[in-house]
Design a protein around this ligand. Structure first.
Ligand code: 13P
Length: 258
């Protein structure tokens, strides 16, 4: 069993929302509200076009910045793509393998794996997203699917320093149908935690495991109360500073008491 607990983390995935001006305003509000909030890492993941503006807005504060995607090559003829070397120095994190990328943009486990390796090689912390669809859950394959996505996403990786893994059941994203904390903990302590431990031994205990899918200030404490859940990856509720900050506060509080 893991002995150390990773530092709690709350990441906001803004998806394709906010203009550059709105993004800077939202980031500044989170920065101000997060002042003095200890015990939780806060990461903001705006659209590419707002990464620099958000990075500038939170500079000097504890708030961190992440991208929502990344190509695995460093440069070249890849129209519309953004490389690890472009992100270096602008943001410290990158969300990879989000189910929307997998479902709407055809990202495969192999592609996600290349991106994860490229991020780690460039010192950018990957937030690797995994999660089953409703059909996979209903056919009793949730644990297997998640374990497989973890193994495939991390194939060939030796050093997982900086890795974050988010469990986001596809059926819980943007639906208001959050997974119960017990369902989330079953996957995160089991398929996720066990697979990471079997692959990486004690280093797996350092990996923050985030739950994502309809997290809000009203339900976040029930997730944070679970030992196998170290924080959350928040979509809709991260688009306004106050609910997002409340999620961060409640996470810090729940984790400091455990
Ligand atoms: P919601 O919080 O809007 O359900 O989105 C979750 C998500 O996909 C975060 O990456």
């Amino acid at each position: 069993m893991p002995t150390a607990m990773p530092r709690p983390m709350v990441a906001g995935n803004w998806k394709m929302n906010t203009t550059p001006a709105e993004a800077v305003q939202l980031a500044a509000a989170v920065r101000d509200g997060a002042d003095g909030l200890a015990g939780v890492d806060i990461v903001l993941c705006p659209p590419y076009i707002s990464l620099q503006g958000v990075a500038d807005a939170v500079k000097g504060s504890a708030v961190k910045v992440g991208a929502q995607n990344m190509h695995f090559e460093t440069s070249g003829a890849f129209t519309g793509e953004v490389s690890p070397t472009m992100l270096q120095g602008v943001c410290g994190y990158v969300i990879l393998g989000h189910s929307e990328r997998r479902q709407l943009f055809g990202e495969t486990d192999d592609l996600v794996n290349r991106k994860v390796k490229a991020a780690l090689e460039h010192g950018i912390k990957p937030i690797l997203c995994v999660g089953e669809t409703l059909e996979q859950r209903e056919s009793g394959r949730a644990l297997d699917i998640v374990a497989q996505q973890v193994r495939a996403g991390l194939a060939g990786v030796d050093d997982i320093t900086g890795l974050v893994v988010a469990y986001e059941p596809v059926w819980a994203i943007g639906t208001g149908q959050a997974a119960t904390p017990e369902v989330a903990a079953e996957i995160m302590g089991g398929a996720l935690g066990d697979t990471l431990s079997s692959l990486f031994g004690p280093a797996a205990a350092e990996v923050p495991l985030l739950y994502g899918g309809s997290v809000n200030p009203g339900n976040v404490e029930s997730y944070a109360a679970q030992d196998s859940i170290h924080g959350s990856l928040v979509g809709g509720a991260s688009l306004q500073a106050e609910p997002f900050l409340e999620i961060a506060r409640l996470t810090a509080q729940a984790k400091s008491g455990s």
